[in-house]
Design a protein around this ligand. Sequence first.
Ligand code: SF4
Length: 368
Amino acid sequence: MAASRQVVRLRVTELNGNHPEKVNPHSELPAPELRRAVPVAPGTLIGFTTTIPVEVILAAGGVPVDLNNIFITAPDAYQQVSLAEELGWPRTVCAWIKGIYTTRAAHPEISVLLVVTQGDCSNTHALLELWQAEGLTVIPFQFPYPKDRERLAREIEQLCRTFGIETAQAHDWWLKLKPLRRLLRELDRLTWTTGQVSGAENFHYLISSSDFQGNPENYTAQVADFLEQARRRPHQESKVRLGLIGIPPIFSDLFPYLEELGAAVVFNEIPRQFSLPAESSDLVAQYLSYTYPYDVFGRLADIEQAVRERRLDGLIHYTQSFCYRQIQDRLFRQYLTVPLLTLEGDRPGPLDHRTRLRLEAFVDVLRR
Ligand code: SF4
């Protein structure tokens, strides 16, 4: 044991030789225990890297914070990505993961982090390790692959144990959130049936449902108010009905530009999934029906159903530079039955000229 610790120290010393300015010469490798109990004081901010069973955080008295949402809505989102690169992150890693790293650093009040290490991507493993090395409290969560009810149930139980609560308490929150989830389904319905909710509004509310902006009560009131207003609007019918699939686009002006072209987004695949739209029999079933963290074929079935039900003329598949999910574009092209335009984005910001031209040509073709 003593010998292995010595070897570890030697390696750190070698590292110091290579990067004397970056590494604390006295640092030892962290030996964090990931499955330990993490009791949280009421109101503790708990950051997470993608949608997780938020009911567990709420039952533990924590405040859920989706790091993606605070990163992408920050006015300096672009600079956050550049800052990560200045800190040594590779250029060839996706901007989302770099952005959430520096965004968390800008919010030291978020020191408990729930990291999805199965069901998102392997970048989050390395992110988890960086946070461990920085002494933050990190909790891994794994969606089972392949999808499996027993394994998911065990993972949710483990998460409850970590926070020192009973699974029944998380289940109670699942019940409490049902009316809100119904409102979100209604909001989505008004997007594709009557057009009273725009694609941008749909995206905004559904994407925020991963963390309810930290406060489910306020968020429910906001959604209810919005729906009341939306129901009073006249019905809208667009000539070109689009679905947006893939991870949330990093572009800041995709929706206004599509509206300018006369196209309406009536299906936001992943934000809708974040709202957990399926009626389910319990908490575990709810997160089994959520398609994002499992195989692509579940997503394909969900998209295909939307194509038929929502009468979609075409799909835009957003892909992120350096994201493994780009590979799945091939399967979307192979299996989906409507025209599909693949867009790639890298950094936060407006659409580039070439992407605008491609969108314009795509909408023109669909309009004919
Ligand atoms: S965009 Fe892709 S690579 Fe980046 S964090 Fe998300 S899943 Fe991982």
